[in-house]
Design a protein around this ligand. Structure first.
Ligand SMILES: Nc1nc2c(ncn2[C@@H]2O[C@H](COP(=O)(O)OP(=O)(O)OP(=O)(O)O)[C@@H](O)[C@H]2O)c(=O)[nH]1
Ligand SMILES: [Mg+2]
Length: 447
């Protein structure tokens, strides 16, 4: 397992195949993202080996020639003095090969054996980050399920190899579980996944209850922040709610949904939830196991799709998020695109020009910097406006002897008028239809 305490970065090489269908820009941005993922794990990428192909090599992902090149490069590092040609210090050998795709267990093991260096594919890199950043019990269990699901076929493959040639590496997917491949047969892994799944189901039942309790509270409406990892969701959340959610220049800093009240509070009261970030090629196991986190987005009445406008690949990131939202059925929810980090552009004129450009291309979007107070209060207004549009006008008369609901009316409704006569007070207000229905019911019960 990677040791998160270790100070000096561990060296890694990126190895990637560019398929015919992938443009140079897409390919480069994917490599840059893998580099960021590696950095998040405390690794330093010291080089990359890429290859154009129409499909992956079925034996070991990259072709024979490329494998030779990598092996020679790695052998060249062994004991070689530090020099211009050898950017690696003698004692700091490359420890990992990072592959920018999810590859099969046999491809990973063949590549490992041939170049004699541990291989981590994109999925295992992401799983490792999720494993490190998961802080609640629920997210730890979910990550564990995803890791075991990923590991199971790899354990089988490794056991097969160990049986046939006796060779065993520490290898792909086996890290972090505290058990070697041979100790854990696939039946045990399946049993463990079953146990963990039961735990998740029980937790989900609890969460559903909590969610419905929240929804039953007077006039509560919810907005969910969604978007690509590192787009600034938690920063926007913090600014909108005055809360202290974790903000970090890391990928997947937020793994647990947080729910807070929009501040300053208005009518209706609005809850804001922060969600896990999306990424291209999110491991399937994680999409499934994190569905419950994204479910929070599904129960929202409005989505704020946060996009890092300063990232050259923001359009791809926007598409990935839209695609995942569609996959979980959240594409029918009303949503506002929030282009963030506009402060990266120098000067008001450049920012205004970019804002116009984005608004032309994405009608109805909001362009802002989460670090700018005025921008945040405008966003606050936009959110309130959205929910206020859904309020309807109504009135209730409370006789002087039955003023018990007065406080409730003021806290859950936008009171337009309070008219008093000798019999009591008439309240004219705007509120969510369900709040009005509940107030009327309470009023009838009083009579
Ligand atoms: N300059 C600038 N930086 C920002 C802005 N908003 C967020 N950031 C920075 O971007 C980084 C990521 O912000 P987060 O709020 O953690 O992003 P996130 O979308 O919650 O990320 P994950 O939880 O990892 O998915 C942090 O270093 C923030 O300080 C902004 O408007 N301007
Ligand atoms: Mg976050």
């Amino acid at each position: 397992m990677l040791n998160p305490e270790r100070k000096s970065p561990r060296r890694a090489l990126i190895v990637a195949v560019q398929l015919d269908t992938v443009s140079d820009v897409e390919f480069q941005s994917s490599l840059a993202e893998l580099g960021d993922l590696a950095k998040t794990l405390g690794m330093e990428v010291v080089g990359q080996f890429t290859q154009k192909r129409s499909s992956f090599d079925s034996t070991a992902y990259v072709g024979v020639g490329k494998r030779d090149e990598i092996r020679q490069f790695l052998e060249g590092q062994q004991g070689a003095p530090f020099s211009q040609d050898n950017p690696l210090e003698t004692n700091e050998q490359v420890e990992f090969i990072l592959v920018d795709h999810e590859i099969s267990p046999s491809q990973a093991l063949n590549l490992e054996n041939e170049v004699d260096c541990e291989v981590m594919d994109r999925t295992v890199v992401i799983l490792e980050i999720f494993h490190r950043n998961a802080s609640s019990h629920a997210s730890r269990v979910q990550v564990e399920i995803a890791r075991l699901t990923y590991m199971a076929p790899r354990l089988r493959e490794a056991a097969k190899r160990a049986g046939s040639d006796g060779r065993q590496r520490s290898g792909t997917g086996g890290r972090g579980t505290g058990q070697s491949r041979s100790q854990m047969d696939s039946q045990k892994v399946r049993d463990r996944i079953g146990e963990l799944q039961k735990e998740i189901d029980a937790m989900e039942a609890g969460r559903d209850i909590q969610r419905s309790l929240r929804q039953n509270q007077s006039g509560l409406t919810q907005v969910a922040l969604v978007g690509y990892t590192n787009a600034g969701k938690s920063t926007v959340m913090r600014a909108l709610t005055g809360s202290d959610v974790l903000v970090a220049n890391q990928l997947f800093a937020t793994l647990d949904t947080k729910v807070r009240t929009l501040y300053p509070e208005g009518v209706p009261r609005v809850l804001v939830s922060d969600t896990v970030g999306f990424i291209k090629n999110l491991p399937h196991g994680l999409v499934a196991s994190f569905k419950s986190t994204l479910d929070e987005a599904l129960s929202a009445s409005l989505l704020l799709h946060v996009i890092d406008a300063s990232d050259p690949g923001f359009e791809m990131q926007l598409e990935v998020t839209d695609k995942v939202l569609a996959e979980i059925g959240a594409d029918s929810l009303p949503s506002i695109r929030v282009f963030n980090k506009i402060d990266y552009l120098d000067g008001a004129a450049a920012q205004a020009e970019r804002t116009l450009e984005l608004q032309g291309k994405y009608p109805g979007c909001v362009v802002l910097s989460a670090r700018n107070k005025d921008d945040i209060s405008q966003l606050h207004q936009t959110i309130m406006h959205f929910f206020q549009q859904q309020l309807v006008e109504s009135e209730i008369f409370l006789p002087w002897s039955e003023q018990g609901l007065r406080g409730e009316i003021f806290s859950s409704c936008d009171v337009l008028e309070e008219r008093a006569d000798e019999k009591g007070a008439l309240f004219r207000f705007r509120a969510a239809p369900e709040v009005i229905a509940r107030l009327k019911e309470l009023r009838e019960n009083q009579q």
